[in-house]
Design a binder for this molecule. Structure first.
Ligand SMILES: C[S@@+](CC[C@H](N)C(=O)[O-])C[C@H]1O[C@@H](n2cnc3c(N)ncnc32)[C@H](O)[C@@H]1O
Length: 228
């Protein structure tokens, strides 16, 4: 039997006004994000190439998107989302590593995965963090090898994350600009995409500053599926 629940926690309000974004700056990528999460053909070779070229091109200016406000939702998700410290975390779509420091502090080992070589080339080398160029739809790690899969502004590949996540593990999905984040799924959609693949799940969600997050916990006794 699969069980699913989504519990909202109180928001932590922003301390500054939210910078407004024009919908055409985020809606097209939100559609792509939804297709990838829900459609079997949502991710193909043509889309992979376009996405890789897009982010290789954005890499030189990506550092301008850093800062404490952008990391706060990730820290909040780990803390209030009840993510156990220690173990192995896979950081999906790690970019230039702006979100890696709180992960490196919390987990024993972090594997930061990105499709775009130009992004990884700009990431700081840190003890306890491996940088891997790979496509998150086919991760170069074994079944049930990760305690946590972390996606900060990164695509959800439900079957692949279910393959690599151990029973009792967590998927952490963070959107640093909330529902104006280009790579964004509403919390209900994060759960709807992951729960069938995980064989049931419980989730908590909240907002922190301008960001939002959802942490999905796989059942401790659920056998990991290994769909490929
Ligand atoms: C919006 S950026 C987020 C970067 C970083 N997490 C941050 O918040 O600063 C999305 C990142 O995901 C990477 N990406 C996109 N598709 C991917 C895939 N299939 N596998 C691995 N990385 C991917 C991109 O290259 C890009 O670096």
């Amino acid at each position: 039997m699969t069980t699913t629940g989504l519990v909202p926690l109180p928001p932590r309000p922003p301390t500054s006004p939210r910078p407004e974004r024009a919908p055409d700056a985020y809606l097209p990528m939100q559609q792509v994000t939804e297709q990838i999460a829900f459609l079997p053909d949502g991710w193909d070779a043509e889309r992979r190439q376009k996405v890789r070229e897009l982010f290789d091109g954005l890499a030189p200016e990506w550092h301008t998107r850093g800062g404490p406000d952008r990391v706060a939702p990730t820290v909040d998700a780990l803390e209030r989302g009840g993510v156990p410290a220690g173990g192995v975390a896979l950081e999906i779509g790690s970019g230039t590593g702006l979100q890696t420091p709180p992960l490196a502090e919390r987990f024993d080992y972090v594997v930061s995965v990105d499709l775009a070589a130009a992004m990884l080339a700009l990431a700081e080398r840190r003890t306890g963090v491996g940088l891997v160029r790979a496509d998150a739809s086919r991760l170069p790690v074994g079944p049930a090898s990760a305690d946590v899969v972390v996606c900060v502004n990164a695509f959800l590949f439900p079957d692949e994350y279910a393959r690599v996540l151990r029973p009792g593990g967590r998927v952490v999905f963070v959107s640093t600009s909330g529902d104006q984040t280009p790579i964004y799924l509403a919390p209900e959609k994060v759960v709807a995409a992951l729960a069938p693949a995980l064989g049931g799940a419980h989730a908590v969600t909240s907002k922190c500053g301008h960001g939002s997050w959802t942490v999905v916990a796989r059942a401790e006794h659920g056998a990991p599926d290994c769909p490929r």
